[in-house]
Design a protein around this ligand. Structure first.
Ligand code: SF4
Length: 317
């Protein structure tokens, strides 16, 4: 079923591919932001950027990216560093498990591949913390392979340009469409351009269609224009997104972050007893909260973010 849908979608859009390539690549050559990970083809530097960008905005990543690479300038340096240092350098980026997985990937590349970065998507995707998106991004942005992959920005642009808003197209046909639309030999620029358009113009809540280089080719825009929906652009989704943001304070993720922050502030190798850690994580903490705190610490331990022994809880060395 999804194969038929993929073929239909590709056939429906085949005639606009050339025009689309020209419009988007021309726009990108003029409008692209000068970002440090676009100036390199070093797979290590690109992997660091991609992992940081997975759940963090570009503006917040930029200073952290430079500082991280100054502290760990090579794959080898990251692999050999104490894990506590890597977690400390991740401060301010959130989702600390990414830091541990990034180092695990570096250690695996050193141990299994002699420090030579694999180029094959099928191998990259087996590394810790690297999913199909990150594997595709490294293969494309570091090794300039014509690989199609989708993050939220690329997915949104592909969906809007090639499909009707009423059409609930699933992931598989979208990815097939992304593969078919990829211009041979221009994969690097094409994928960067899709991401840039999704980030700067074709945003989730309020796409700026009036200044979009793909406006005349976009099915979503054509459908909304014919129904006058462009006058009230996608506000309901914005409200849904805002509602999703609110529960963060008080969530498990929030308190996990508080534990890591408390441990980051300790001198190297130092540990905190449970009764000292609790009030730093939650000011109203009482001994009755010990089971709750223990469950959080066990979860962090499973993720490789803390060590808990007789001396107390600390970052892994
Ligand atoms: S015309 Fe609008 S909906 Fe279509 S790709 Fe451009 S910004 Fe997105």
């Amino acid at each position: 079923m999804s194969i038929c849908r993929s073929i239909d979608l590709i056939n429906e859009n085949l005639l606009i591919f050339d025009e689309l390539h020209q419009a988007l690549l021309n726009w990108f050559s003029e409008a692209a932001r000068d970002l440090p990970w676009r100036r390199t083809r070093d797979p290590y530097r690109i992997l660091v950027a991609e992992v940081m960008l997975q759940q963090t905005q570009v503006d917040r990543v930029l200073p952290k990216y430079e500082a991280f690479l100054e502290r760990f300038p090579t794959l080898q340096a990251l692999a050999e560093a104490p894990t506590a240092d890597v977690i400390r350098m991740w401060s301010g980026l959130g989702y600390n498990r990414r830091a541990v997985n990034l180092q695990r990937a570096a250690r695996e590349i050193v141990a299994r591949y002699g420090g030579i970065f694999p180029q094959d998507v099928a191998i990259l995707v087996t590394l810790p913390g690297i999913g199909p998106y990150t594997a595709g991004a490294v293969a494309c942005f570091a090794f300039e392979q014509d690989v199609a992959f989708m993050d939220t920005n690329i997915r949104r642009v592909i969906r809007r340009v090639f499909t009707d808003p009423a059409d609930m197209v699933t992931e598989r046909p979208l990815l097939e469409l992304a593969r078919a639309a990829l211009p041979v030999g221009r994969g690097w620029a094409w994928n960067q351009a899709l991401m840039e358009l999704g980030s700067l113009i074709c945003t989730a809540e309020a796409p700026a269609c009036w200044r979009c280089p793909l406006r005349d080719l976009c099915r979503n825009y054509a459908a909304r224009r014919s129904s006058d929906e462009h006058l009230t652009p996608l506000q309901p989704r914005k409200r849904i997104a805002e509602r999703r943001e609110q529960p963060f304070i008080g969530s498990n993720r929030y308190f996990r972050g508080r534990i890591i922050e408390a441990l980051r502030a300790l001198p190297p190798g130092a540990a905190l007893a449970l009764n000292d850690l609790g009030p730093q994580v939650r000011p109203e903490y009482t001994p009755a909260d010990e089971a709750w705190l223990t469950a959080l610490i066990r979860g962090l331990e499973r993720d490789g973010l803390v060590v808990w022994n007789d001396a107390g809880v600390r970052l892994p060395e």
